[in-house]
Design a protein around this ligand. Sequence first.
Ligand SMILES: [Cu+2]
Length: 69
Amino acid sequence: MTQTLSITGMSCGHCVRAVTAALESVVGVESVAVDLDLGRARIEGRAEPDALIAAVVAEGYGAEAVPLE
Ligand SMILES: [Cu+2]
């Protein structure tokens, strides 16, 4: 299962690493790919959408689910 989040507040590679680590810490996540330019995170696995958003927000960034394209 793939989920996509729109991430706000990222400005550099440090932010990408922080968001990636936050998402990877969520139960059920298998892999994470964060794109700084697009402001998107692609998450593979079976994590709860709300848990993904909460993990990103806890790091100080904004997150919103993006419907499957
Ligand atoms: Cu940064």
